[in-house]
Structures are given as structure tokens and as C-alpha cells.
Design a protein around this ligand. Structure first.
Ligand code: SF4
Ligand code: SF4
Length: 178
């Protein structure tokens, strides 16, 4: 129980110099650290963390979760069967799919997406859509340089997501079993 009548305990503070009272000491210490790093980086130490972006690029992990790719079959059709698993698994609720029956499918009632949109400004690049897909139809690329001038540009559809040509390993990021 808290004793509301307890008297206030005074703690003795060590005496502070004039410099400490006006925070001069910590400011000078901070500036010294900044100056030390500036001089070290300016004269070309090799172990600095910063790079001259965009001329220099970082080597990112092969498992980087960049912008999504919708994988196509050999005939060029999307592998996606519009099962909505990725849309259901997405924690950011940023995938929107509309399905239709695929007239070219050998299996009756097989579906394909007519609309497949991802809102990249809502996406948190968690990769759960990739994990959820039973057809390995959606993977992630290593494209991480995303910039949009308008909100609508961030909502990408089938045309922007569709795989273009043969995918090389260096284009691919996070994907099933990888
Ligand atoms: S990466 Fe995550 S947040 Fe982005 S679309 Fe896939 S499941 Fe949704
Ligand atoms: S989980 Fe795969 S097959 Fe199903 S809708 Fe998403 S991308 Fe298409």
C-alpha cells in the first residue's frame, strides 16, 4: 500500500559546473563525435556504412522482399488460378482480386484473375502472400526502388505485375521454399 503521508526524500545531487548547467559539455562532446566521423569519412576510410547512392548500389540478400511478380506459364498465361489465398492471408488487406472462369482451362470451373491489384503503399512486404500461394504464382523480386508521384500510381495491376520474359536469379527475391 502506498503511504500518502510519507515525506518527500531529497537526494543530494553532485555539484554541476557552469558548462554542465548550460549543457555546454554534452553539446561539445556530441559535436566532437560528429566531427570525428566527418573527418574519417571525408578522407576515404573503406569501412564507412554510407554509399554514393544512386551511383552505387547495395548488394541485398537473395531473399529480399521487393515488388511482387505474377509468374506466367510457358504459354504466357498467368499461373494464378484466382483462389484468393494470398488476398485472405494478406495482413495489410492490400490485395484485390476479381476472378472469372478460364475458358481455356482443361479442368472445369478453373478460374483466372481478371483483376489482380496490389496497393504497394499499404503493402508491408511481409511475403505472406507468397507463402500462401498453392501454385507458386506470386513471388517477390529484388526491385525495391519504388517511388510514386500520386496515390493511384501505387496500385499496380496485372500488367505491371506480370512476369516479363525469362526470370534470372538476380531478378528474384523471396519465393516459395527459398
Ligand atoms: S507482401 Fe504481405 S502485405 Fe504485401 S501483399 Fe503480400 S501479404 Fe500483403
Ligand atoms: S494465392 Fe496464388 S493462385 Fe491464389 S490468387 Fe493468389 S497468386 Fe493466385
Amino acid at each position: 500500500m502506498i503511504d500518502l503521508n510519507a515525506s518527500v526524500v531529497n537526494v543530494d545531487q553532485p555539484p554541476r559546473s557552469f558548462g554542465e548547467k548550460i549543457y555546454l559539455g554534452p553539446i561539445i562532446s556530441g559535436l566532437t563525435v560528429t566531427l570525428r566521423h566527418f573527418v574519417r569519412n571525408f578522407f576515404g576510410r573503406k569501412d564507412v556504412a554510407t554509399i554514393q547512392y544512386p551511383e552505387e548500389k547495395h548488394e541485398y540478400s537473395e531473399r529480399l522482399r521487393g515488388r511482387h511478380i505474377l509468374i506466367t506459364r510457358d504459354e504466357g498465361e498467368l499461373r494464378c488460378v484466382a483462389c484468393f489465398m494470398c488476398e485472405t492471408a494478406c495482413p495489410a488487406d492490400c490485395i484485390h482480386i476479381e476472378a472469372e472462369e478460364d475458358p481455356s482451362a482443361e479442368v472445369e470451373w478453373e478460374k483466372r484473375p481478371v483483376v489482380f491489384e496490389i496497393d504497394l503503399l499499404r503493402c508491408i512486404f511481409c511475403g505472406l502472400c507468397v507463402d500462401a500461394c498453392p501454385k507458386e504464382a506470386i513471388v517477390m523480386s529484388r526491385t525495391h526502388e519504388l517511388a510514386f508521384a500520386r496515390r493511384e500510381e501505387a496500385i499496380v495491376g496485372i500488367d505491371q505485375l506480370r512476369q516479363t520474359g525469362a526470370m534470372e536469379d538476380q531478378d528474384l527475391g523471396y519465393r516459395p521454399y527459398f
